[in-house]
Design a protein around this ligand. Structure first.
Ligand code: 5GP
Ligand code: ZN
Length: 105
């Protein structure tokens, strides 16, 4: 599959990994929109929120809990969590991901 994030997950493309477990990987965004900008990506290829099923409920919880864990580790006082959905929603990579943005650092 020609998906950049699947290639990052499979280590075919290098990235700056900040967290990884069996379900998710978190990386630094290559083109940061804030001084702190991470992407939390499920290892399962789900094209967008529009493709989520009820079977993905636990996974979505894990994604948000991963963001919380990273924010605590990085000592972020406040942050934004954003998911873009569809081209008109600003989504460019068709593999679901959560943006974690913060002004600290
Ligand atoms: P979207 O607009 O789809 O919500 O966000 C995609 C994000 O992925 C963008 O912020 C973009 O900078 C980031 N991105 C695109 N290609 C790469 C890459 O190869 N490596 C990393 N680390 N980030 C990428
Ligand atoms: Zn993918």
């Amino acid at each position: 599959m020609n998906c950049i994030f699947c290639k990052i997950i499979n280590k075919e493309i290098s990235s700056d990994i900040v967290y990884e477990d069996d379900s998710v990987i978190a990386i630094k965004d290559i083109n940061p929109k804030a001084s702190v900008h991470f992407l939390i990506i499920p290892k399962k290829h789900i094209p967008s929120v529009n493709y989520l099923g009820v079977e993905d409920k636990t996974l979505m919880g894990e994604i948000i809990l991963t963001a919380k864990k990273i924010a605590k580790e990085k000592d972020l006082r406040g942050y934004k969590l954003i998911i873009n959905v569809g081209r008109e929603g600003g989504q460019v990579i068709d593999h679901l991901h959560l943006h974690l943005l913060s002004g600290k650092y």
